[in-house]
Design a protein around this ligand. Sequence first.
Ligand code: SF4
Length: 474
Amino acid sequence: MGGFFGAVSQQDVTLDLFFGVDYHSHLGTRRGGMILHDAQDGFQRQIHNIENTPFRTKFEGDLPSFHGTSGIGCISDTDPQPLLVRSHLGLYAITTVGIINNAEALIAQYFSRQGHQFMAMSSGKVNSTELAAALINREGDLVSGILRAQELIDGSLTLLILTQQGEIIAARDKLGRLPVLVGQKAGGRCVSFESFAYHKLGYQDSYELGPREIVRLTPDGVETLSPPGRQMRICAFLWTYYGYPNSNYEGVNVEVMRYRNGAIMARQEAARGELPQVDFVAGVPDSGVPHAIGYANQSGRPFARPFVKYTPTWPRSFMPANQEVRNQVAKMKQIPVPDLIEGKRLLFVDDSIVRGTQLRETVDFLYERGAKEVHIRSACPPIMYGCKYLNFSRSNSDLELLARRTVQELEGDEGQNHLEEYADASTQRGQCLLRSICDGLHFSSLGYQSLDGLLESIGIDPDRVCTYCWNGRE
Ligand code: SF4
């Protein structure tokens, strides 16, 4: 995934940028970068590997040498950035979030039109931010270049540019898959993926970019350079899974949405007479917890935390390359509370079920610890399609997805023609999928949030929300 933050002010913005970027650390684990601009000294930039050490620790040592009245930074789950680019459009820094599915075709096209080289990374691939910059530089100005690049890219492109004049240009993806918000305080403006990041730094909400909109930020204000488009498909997973609880997107708070989502699941189950008798409702940490609170409050079943993650010495960014060690780390993080597990009937809510591997391990762990029943609820419908719009690296092939794999096991290739039915628990095929997953993973019962329930809990016009993961709707 990835996230970004930028600030421009009459004062120095180094600390705002440092903390603002750091507050996006939950969105990526690979690279962090900051670049500042000062009228006298120009640009200063640093990029660090944050795979095993958090952003703040890595950049603390750089702070004394940084200064500037404007800057942009990122947490990147892909390539190193921000990049500093010199072209006929001037010298500028750029950071991007999104995915370019047709990168190889665009590179070939670039070479065929007198473009001769890109810097290659050790994998031989071209840095996707450099490719985006190359596409932008083909036009006569930054705004036309950004719009053209967004048209050419299959995937999505959201970006920040810091110009030689110390202004920030922010562009939201053409269908607004991700949010871009502007904050303001006296003598300064900032731009951010997460709204809580600037609230903590003393900025007030100022503006939320529409899809495809491009704005310029100066210390005095925000100016629209290219107007928003009509169509939007903001990612529903922002609310269900990866957005931070304190953030708002399109005016809808993440934590509050999750309570509402859990409550709707419980309400729908109660209406069908399917609410199980359990001793505790719990959430799979971290993002399953608020969905579980909503479910518990609505169902009247008590909320509890039968296991708690040990986080102080296991930062989220600790990602050993070896899968066996990763599994071991995942287990070491889960510390049970035996009194809340032994002999108990538990209902766990998870934010989603993707491959099912981790959930299977969690459930086995609970049975090993003496749980009597383990019921599972997914806060969103069965995931049938991998994301092709964001670098949302949760699956490489659709058949890695638990629901798709189970459909294949149940009915072979023919089953892939009936995904809509399989995703709907009120159909025979939907029931079959539920039973099969439930048996395979040893759940006492299984329930998925319905797509209507999910959209109700988000609460904005359903046509403006991306639901591709669940129904394949483009
Ligand atoms: S496909 Fe899924 S993860 Fe990707 S943008 Fe749409 S809802 Fe989000």
